[in-house]
Design a protein around this ligand. Structure first.
Ligand code: 5GP
Ligand code: MN
Length: 320
């Protein structure tokens, strides 16, 4: 049951902005566009803020052309801003001018590491995707979940559950997905547009990254590296190349997989785990966050320094 204050603020607001976390994924964008379409049904003036352009793999989503880096700030007369799928202020993908704000800030999320930074907060860590929360929210607002909304929310759930395989997936997740499919969406087509639609060069990049794979900590930790040089060699922009990390988790002996990525401003680390390591706790130690089995952080350390530091930490937790 959604917080009543959030429902009434949305009902009373005329001008509503929506935004999400940096490097937006299927959950951030699917839940945002689903909410946008619902609020349009309620005749709200609603807009999306983003500092980044839309990842091309999600351009099939209805109204995704509204996600452009030119619209990254709060418009005049905004009554409320809703931030989706984002655990802390530093990761918000918009200039919200928080200190001098005249609008109400609503934080709707499912990350365990959420700082409750909104005036109103709804954080359901049981939800496999924010799309599940938006599904309930739209129902409570008496909005008709039409085919377009269903496409957005299904995308959100599909991507954040790793196609219904992560342990965050519940009976409720499947029930919601079933109801969304009953709206007439082509779920197989959505799958192909998201997962079987990569440029050749990006698949070649996976090859380069997989080639760097090393096993540490009694073969329980798989490390991979992605450098700017690899992107340059393939004429690739740094467009969400993090999904290559899933190749580490398929190694039989690996519990934790670490992808260390060179970026314009420092080093970005993504972590996944299968059974033992709580990767959120490790990421929080370095100022990041996420979920128990998927988390990440950024650091000023070099790729080599953070590698050695992580091997040390993981050794103490994996080799007992
Ligand atoms: P990914 O490794 O795909 O970038 O992120 C996996 C999960 O960790 C996501 O739920 C994401 O929100 C979280 N995450 C990744 N990087 C960071 C970070 O720098 N800070 C925080 N707070 N969370 C992160
Ligand atoms: Mn999410």
């Amino acid at each position: 049951m959604m917080n009543n204050d959030i429902l009434s603020v949305i009902q009373k607001s005329n001008n509503i902005g929506i935004t999400f976390h940096v490097s937006p994924d299927g959950d951030a964008l699917g839940s945002t566009l689903g909410l946008l379409l619902g609020l349009i049904q309620m005749n709200k003036n609603v807009y999306i803020m983003s500092k980044e352009n839309l990842p091309s793999s999600l351009s099939f989503l209805p109204y995704s052309n509204l996600i452009v880096s030119a619209c990254d700030s709060v418009k005049d007369n905004t009554d409320c801003v809703i931030v989706l799928d984002c655990g802390n202020v530093e990761r918000i993908n918009a200039n919200l001018d928080l200190d001098s704000r005249k609008y109400i800030l609503i934080n709707i999320d499912h990350h365990l590491s959420n700082d409750q930074y909104g005036d109103l907060n709804y954080v359901d860590t049981e939800a496999a995707a924010v799309g599940e929360i938006i599904f309930d929210l739209l129902k409570e607002l008496n909005i008709n979940i039409d085919k377009n909304i269903a496409m957005c929310l299904y995308t959100s759930i599909l991507t954040d559950t790793g196609s219904f395989k992560y342990p965050s997936t519940t009976i409720r997740t499947h029930n919601i997905a079933g109801e969304l499919i009953s709206k007439g969406i082509d779920f197989n087509d959505i799958y192909k547009k998201i997962y079987e639609n990569k440029p050749f060069s990006k698949v070649k990049l996976y090859g380069k990254v997989i080639d760097t794979m090393e096993m540490h900590c009694n073969n329980k930790a798989c490390f991979m590296y992605l450098t700017k040089n690899m992107l340059n060699e393939l004429n690739l922009e740094d467009e969400n190349s993090g999904d290559v990390i899933s190749f580490g988790t398929i190694v039989d002996s690996s519990d934790v997989t670490v992808l260390i990525k060179e970026t314009e401003n420092g080093t970005k680390v993504s972590l996944r785990s299968k059974y033992i390591i709580d990767v959120r706790r490790i990421s929080e130690y370095f100022g990041g966050g996420g979920h128990t089995r998927a988390a990440g952080f950024s650091t000023d350390m070099s790729m080599e320094q953070i590698k050695l530091k992580l091997i040390e930490i993981l050794n103490s937790e994996l080799i007992k």
